[in-house]
Structures are given as C-alpha cells and as structure tokens.
Design a binder for this molecule. Structure first.
Ligand code: AMP
Length: 373
C-alpha cells in the first residue's frame, strides 16, 4: 500500500517539511506500510471502512521520540487487534508555562523508520504462523495543534480558558503536585484523540502509572466505549525505565538516575519480606536515595550528579490515596519522581547528553506491590 498523505492543506511550513522528509525517506523503492494523517476527516474515513470490514483498532497515543517502550505497546496492540493506529503529537497543554515544551525531543524521521521496521517484524511474525493474531500499524495520526485545538490557542495557564477535561482529585496527586496543568492536558488530549480514532482498545504504559489510573477513570466516568490496556515498563538492562527524556541525561546522570529504580526495588523487597507499614516500606526507599545523595555530595562538581527526590509515594492502586498500611489482598502502587539537576561542571570529552548536561531531567518510575493471598 502506498503512503497516502492526507489533510495536507492545513500544514505549517515546519510540519510540511516534516512530512516531505517522510515521503522522500520511503520514496526510493520502499513503499510505506501505513498512512499518515494530519487531519481528522480522512482518519475517520479509514476508521469507518475498518468498522464495515469487521476489523478492530488498537490505539497507541505517543508524543513521538519513539523507543522500545513505545514499541512494546504497539506489539501488545498487535496481539489483540487487526489494525493499530499510533498518534504522534507533542501536546502543548500538558506542559506548564515553565516546562520543556520547546526542548522536548522531536525525531519524526527516525520515528517513522522505527514504525516501518516494526511493521516488517509484525508481517514476518504473521508469515511465520504465530499463534496469536498479528495486527499491523495502519495509520499514524500526526495532527497539527490547530487540528487538535481548533477554536482557540491551547492554554497552559492554570486558570487559562479552553475546553478541558479535568479528572479530580486524581489529577492533583503525585505528579499533579508539581505539575498542576499536566493531567488536565493529558486527559483533554486523550479525549480528543479517542473521539477522533474511536478505538476498540487503547494502550498505555505502566511507566506513567498515574496517567493510566486517570485514563481508566476518564473512560469509566465519560462512558467511553473503549478498553484500556496497561503494558509493563520497558527498562534498560541496568533497570532504568526507558523515557524519551533520557537522551538529556548523559552518562553520569544516567548512572545516578538509576537510584530511583534502586530505591523502589528496596521498598518492594521490604514489602515482599512481609513489611506492610508505610514507614518500613518507604523507609527502605528513602535510605537508598539518602545514601546515594550523600555519596554524590562528597564528590567534586566534575564528578557528581545531584538530584532531589520530589516524592516517594505508597498509594492505593485505584484512588492513589496515600496509605499508612498496605492491604495485602489489594497491593499498592509505589511510585517516585526524581529531579536530576543540571551538571555543575563537565569534563572535556564527557558524554553529557543532549543539551550538554544543562537541562534538568525529571525521572519518574513505579513498581506495583502485587496483591498476595
Ligand atoms: P509518551 O510519548 O512519553 O507520552 O509515552 C507514550 C506512551 O508510551 C505512554 O502510554 C507511556 O506510558 C508509554 N511509555 C513510555 N515509556 C515507556 C516504557 N519505558 N515502557 C512502557 N511504556 C512506556
């Protein structure tokens, strides 16, 4: 199938050059395996056609800068659906006014290449007669901001005007504490994307656990006809959760950033060994962050990477209310956010990541404390 680029008239210059790159990347004898949509009507046309043919659509919303974590969601969607729609949209309303919207990594060409490769992998799995049905990526939805926010410029102000979806009190907890507009933006854009795609199933990563809880609540409360699937976190061999923002870490902060996972693991071990109190479980995590921070502080500015633990939380899996005691029959969500400070001094030739170590990087991670009999 040749790539059908649709909705072209509303492109901005930057966007059209982005698409020109895609077309040329695949024009030299490599036909594309999916269509790219920039606007909603043509996407809906495909969706209607698939519905008439009794095909199912699994939807994977992303902000691009794709990595193996994103691809794992698509692989999971391929196990359960004939067609997969992937959106790539850096959503302005989930970034606060002082956050990193402009520096968020945008890697359109390599994203498309990764999706093409994945479709080849999925096609091979089908040819090899895999037991489970293997769907394919049929559509990339990469709308402009004007398509997603048609009536007014999107606002990132806390009291900004606009048509927003707010899911409270869930949105105010954890990440919402330091990012007050974040989940309003996430819920709003997901509602719009779900309305555009009308997927049978949507796929989200456990990596952003609060997001999964909020999306499940939104689907429930707004009677949205889709199933929410959660896919486990993909990690580097070290244990660091993959994230589009990791490109800013560099070697030194990547190593120290692993503290977030080590702290969560220590808390998980405390739970597995029979501890259920907040003090015991979170104490195990805090002693790891405290120890590593003390070790780093003792080093010189050319050697160390400083960080701040924004929160370490032990919460109910459905309400995200903080727990004093874990009910073993229910389990809990253990989650944390760590702010990696910019490097104070760098060494010649050091791998400091994109932005030369000057960009602060917020890491989030979580472990589910599994219910036990
Ligand atoms: P993003 O592009 O960061 O908005 O993420 C798009 C989707 O990919 C979200 O559902 C994320 O939770 C998911 N995701 C991001 N990182 C990972 C990861 N390391 N493992 C699994 N899913 C992930």
């Amino acid at each position: 199938m040749s790539r059908l680029v649709t909705g072209v008239r509303s492109f901005s210059t930057a966007a059209s050059s982005m698409l020109a790159g895609v077309t040329s990347a695949r024009s030299a004898g490599h036909p594309s395996s999916f269509q790219v949509f920039r606007d909603v009507p043509q996407l809906r046309q495909l969706r209607r056609q698939l519905l008439r043919n009794d095909r199912s659509v699994g939807f994977v919303p992303t902000m691009g800068a794709l990595h193996e974590g994103h691809l794992s969601l698509i692989r999971e969607a391929a196990r359960e659906n004939t067609d997969i729609f992937v959106s790539i949209f850096v959503n302005p309303t989930q970034f606060g006014v002082n956050e990193d919207l402009s520096s968020y990594p945008r890697t359109w060409d390599s994203d498309v290449e990764k999706l093409e490769q994945l479709n080849e992998e999925l096609a091979k799995a089908t040819a090899a007669g895999s037991d489970t049905p293997t769907g394919r990526i049929s559509a990339i939805f990469a709308p402009t901001s004007k398509v997603m926010y048609p009536s007014m410029p999107p606002s990132s102000e806390i009291d900004g005007d606009g048509s927003f979806v707010t899911i409270t009190p869930l949105s105010k907890k954890l990440e919402g504490g330091s990012r007050p507009v974040f989940f309003r933006g996430v819920a709003t854009v997901c509602m719009k994307l779900f309305n555009a795609v009308t997927p049978d199933r949507v796929y989200f990563g456990q990596k952003d656990i609060q997001q999964t809880v909020i999306i499940k609540r939104m689907v429930q409360d707004f009677l949205i006809g889709t199933e929410v699937r959660i896919v486990s976190t993909t990690r580097e061999p070290t244990g660091l959760a993959l994230s589009s923002r990791n490109v800013y870490l560099g070697e030194r902060r990547r190593a120290v950033g692993l503290t977030i996972y080590k702290a969560l693991k220590a808390a998980d071990e405390a739970y597995r060994s029979g501890k259920t109190s907040r003090e015991d479980i979170l104490g195990a995590a805090r002693s790891v962050t405290k120890r590593v921070l003390a070790e780093q502080e003792a080093l010189s500015p050319t050697e160390r990477a400083l960080f701040e633990a924004d929160y370490i939380s032990l919460a109910d899996p459905d309400t995200l209310d903080e727990l004093d005691l874990v009910d073993r029959s229910k389990g809990a969500v253990l989650s944390a956010a760590l702010k990696m400070a910019p490097l104070e001094e760098t060494k010649p030739g050091e791998d400091c990541g994109l932005g030369d170590g000057k960009v602060a990087v917020r890491l989030i991670d979580n472990i589910i404390l599994q219910p036990q009999q």
